[in-house]
Design a binder for this molecule. Sequence first.
Ligand SMILES: Cc1ncc(COP(=O)(O)O)c(C=O)c1O
Length: 393
Amino acid sequence: MKIHTQAVHAGDRKKAGPHIPVTTPIHTAASYFYESMDQLDRVFGQEEHGYSYARYENPSNVALEELMTVLENGHGALACSSGMAAIQMAAVTALADRRKSVVAANALYGATVSLLLNVLEPTGVAVRFVDVCDLEALGAAVAEAKPGCILIETISNPLLRVGQIDRIAELARAAGAALVVDNTFATPLIMRPLERGANFSVHSLTKYLAGHGDVLGGVVVTDQHHLESLRTLSRAIGPVLGPFESYLTMRGIKTFPLRMERQCGNACRVASWLASHPRVERVYFPASPDHPDAAAIRRLFPPHLYGAIVSFELKGAGRAEIFRFMNALRLVVRATSLGDVHSMMLYPVMSSHREVSPKHRERMGIRDNLVRLSVGIEAPEDIIEDLDQALKS
Ligand SMILES: Cc1ncc(COP(=O)(O)O)c(C=O)c1O
């Protein structure tokens, strides 16, 4: 079935006694009891399917996990309390029975860099950053570092670089490393990393999938080989999503393909308008003909879908001019996050990449005159009009 159909059907409509709820309810119980201790014992021992304790499994989360497994064409999933919790769970699972070494993309969300350097490295995990869009450089880094895990973003935050995920997966497999892909910016509408050979596809559900700016959540979708150990680690660590957030996320996902298509279309319009604006120095957008990864994008992305983030640099601007420009926005919301129904703008140096050292930011190519726009579902003319009046200010 197509993703539009999967998004409204998968996971829902489980039998609950004689009736079947049309949508999955919010199951708030922290624990479950049975008529007999023998049965509870079988459930704890996983000889019989059932629920015992919400940190282990919760019916609301199970429905969302089934939905995400279908959307990503994986073997199973774990719904987590945030995107960062999901990235940590994927990385820790990937490294569980492998060398404690990660080769990570140069271009990553700031908190992911922080997770690698401030959480994993101090526990003895070697971390090395490399330009994963340069397969030769990646090959050399892998040969040297012999990583247990390679970590990339499908479309990088915020400069929208796109690596050749299938070739990276081949490299990982040959080196015995697991490939973890943060698929937040691309979503399963544009990319299904597990179909391209990745072992883990991770999302911040907070973004396009939930889509309405009212949920913090994450998910790890994985293959058959890693699911059991992901679940075992989760039972010990307890990074799980709450049932109310599961419900909101499932509700959001039903319209996600429609929203995402609209947002991608709007982003194309906005990006081409920005490209000819005299106050704009440079636009970063995967559809741009001069995008450094244009060949990979042509080969790997479906036609006309390039994501819905547009990053751009303002001519001769520093922090003060960026603040003036962003303060002048009337429609586009000045806030951290992305993927919501409303357009949002963020200043990476100040927020998403604040914790990254200036040296590392320079290596990533994030300059002080760069802003990141998440294009919403509004009428594109209105988004453009707002940007125009703010640029004039
Ligand atoms: C690409 C990417 N991955 C992961 C995250 C983290 O997600 P969360 O804020 O849900 O923890 C973000 C947040 O902005 C992100 O942009």
